[in-house]
Design a protein around this ligand. Structure first.
Ligand SMILES: Cc1cc2nc3c(=O)[nH]c(=O)nc-3n(C[C@H](O)[C@H](O)[C@H](O)COP(=O)(O)OP(=O)(O)OC[C@H]3O[C@@H](n4cnc5c(N)ncnc54)[C@H](O)[C@@H]3O)c2cc1C
Length: 509
């Protein structure tokens, strides 16, 4: 076993949005940062979200004003920080006569418009569904609606871009590497880590951050042998993806009779994303999958609104994830708090341990700032917050400049179809040019794997963004899973395995 004695300021366990967000912030402050992720980046909850950067309109009903305010403020901060993978989205909320009264919705939306200091996003307005195209897909009973703003995010790319920026700022990130245990020794944390090939290593750090998401308690009790600082409430949420159900670019938010809401969102041009559910979950979070009951629930919810009925046979694909919520003792899963709670353990000279419970993709940047502020109590000053005015890799352009960027790309690489240029801009922003390099024709992009995926992109993802398997490429770093056949995905997987084996061989020589 290789015994390495590397020492860091902060070691982070978990490469979801919270772990990677903290790694980026800390590395940007000049700290020596280590992060390990047992699988691929964003392989758990952070790729299974509804993908909204939102204040959370329904949380107002649970009086979560702190969370809603912070989340609303973050919308425009994140939009400016990553305008390639985040964009504004309008939501149509039809008024349902049997459910919340119009005055209550109007009041909620008034607060929503004003709590968070909105500057870029347009305000709420009322819609006459008999005249607006948004009414065309809906049953005739729906005549009135409200329309408000939030944003869309490519969740797993947000994680990868945080990881990439952290690495560019000096952090040591290891994917497919599990922290099997950690113990305190001489005022430091000593972590045992093991990679996918069984190679073990020991690293030391002044502080340990447990950002293991749904595994937060398991890592605390089994990996560290400590008592849980708080309880996590695991709440499963699932989504279904269908062929496009309506012909405009706004999303719907439907009220359901059980007091929950369900979204129907335009997805990847040709599809509609429908979600989500709230079900208490037990067992290994890695095994979470949608149940038949959930599929039925989501279908019933939208069939109450759309003219054209959908059925389970229409479902193209599904995904499910487990929310690692802070257990505040709420009775129903849907009412458990979505706010984050940071629990610091370690007294006197003991090396500090920070456990992350709950949180939203939307508030990850603020969570990272709060985490470092907590650690300052033990580690001394950790520098100034800096991420608010920053750009994520490839996001150094105007918040509404993506279409212009695609046009510029088409001008400079005339062999690109506009659709491909748009997809590359929406994934890599200004860094799409690094990927295209000196290519003068499609042939220069190398082997074609199906849909509009070429070797140059796969190589970029493997060399710069930790992609190791076809799933990493088609599910998380892109959504090409919706456009590539199983055979094409298998061939891509083979190709990537061979390339990995060759580069391991080269490194060994
Ligand atoms: C259905 C659903 C919809 C949602 N929708 C939204 C939304 O629209 N907007 C929003 O803002 N938020 C949303 N959320 C919430 C958001 O997705 C989560 O709060 C967030 O992704 C949690 O991130 P995390 O980093 O804490 O956990 P995770 O993403 O789960 O990351 C934890 C990581 O730790 C790794 N790990 C665990 N143990 C170890 C170990 N021993 N060694 C190494 N690695 C380890 C895991 O593999 C995992 O990748 C949604 C959540 C769900 C489930």
């Amino acid at each position: 076993m290789a015994e390495d004695q590397r020492s860091y300021d902060i070691a982070i366990v978990g490469g979801g949005i919270n772990g990677c967000g903290i790694a980026r912030d800390a590395a940007g402050r000049g700290l020596a940062v280590f992060l390990c992720e047992q699988n691929d980046l964003a392989s758990a909850t952070s790729s299974a979200s509804t993908k909204l950067i939102h204040g959370g309109l329904r949380y107002l009903e649970y009086y979560e004003f702190r969370l809603v305010r912070e989340a609303l403020q973050e919308r425009e901060v994140l939009l400016r920080m990553a305008p390639h993978i985040i964009w504004p989205l309008r939501f149509v909320l039809p008024h349902h006569r049997g459910l919340r009264p119009a005055w209550l919705i109007r009041l909620g939306l008034f607060l929503y418009d004003h709590l968070g200091g909105r500057k870029l996003l347009p305000a709420t307005r009322s819609l006459n569904l008999r005249q607006d195209i948004a009414g065309t897909a809906l049953k005739d009973a729906y005549t009135r609606a409200f329309e408000y703003s939030d944003c869309w995010v490519q969740d797993s790319r947000l994680v990868v871009l945080n990881a990439l920026d952290a690495r560019e700022k000096g952090a040591d990130l290891r994917t497919r590497t599990r922290c099997t245990k950690a113990r305190r020794e001489d005022g430091l944390w000593v972590l045992s880590i093991e990679d996918e090939n069984g190679n073990c290593e020991t690293i030391r750090a002044r502080a340990l951050v447990n950002a293991a998401g749904p595994w937060v308690t398991e890592f605390l009790t089994k990996g560290l042998g400590l008592n849980a600082a708080a309880k996590v409430r695991m709440v499963k949420g699932s989504h279904i993806i269908l062929p496009r159900l309506f012909e405009h670019d706004r999303a719907y938010i439907f009220q359901n009779s059980d007091n929950r809401i369900v979204f129907a969102i335009p997805y990847e041009q040709d599809f509609t994303l429908i979600g989500t559910t709230d079900e208490d979950f037990e067992g290994d979070p890695a095994t979470a999958e949608i149940s038949r009951k959930e599929i039925g629930y989501l279908i019933d919810a939208v069939n109450g609104y759309f003219k054209t009925e959908i059925s389970a046979e229409d479902v193209v694909t599904t995904y499910a994830g487990v929310r690692p919520l802070y257990d505040d003792g709420a009775s129903a899963a849907q009412s458990a708090t979505r706010d984050y709670v940071l629990k610091l353990q370690g007294t006197g000279n003991e090396a500090p341990l920070l456990n992350i419970f709950g949180g939203k993709i939307t508030t990850y940047r603020r969570l990272a700032e709060a985490a470092l502020e907590k650690l300052e109590a033990s580690l001394g000053t950790l520098g100034q917050p800096w991420t608010k005015e920053s750009h994520l890799p490839g996001g150094d352009f105007s918040w509404d400049g993506a279409e212009q960027l695609a046009s510029d790309l088409c001008r400079d690489f005339p062999f690109l179809e506009r659709k491909l240029a748009q997809r590359l801009v929406r994934a890599y922003g200004t860094r799409a040019r690094d990927l295209l390099g000196k290519a003068r024709s499609l042939q220069d992009l190398g082997q074609h794997f199906g849909a509009d995926l070429y070797e140059a992109e796969v190589v970029y993802l493997m060399d710069r963004e930790w992609a190791c398997s076809a799933r990493d490429v088609v599910w998380r770093r892109s959504k090409l899973v919706l456009r590539m056949t199983r055979e094409e995905q298998a061939a891509l997987d083979d190709w990537m395995s061979r390339r990995r084996a060759t580069s391991r061989g080269d490194a060994a020589e």
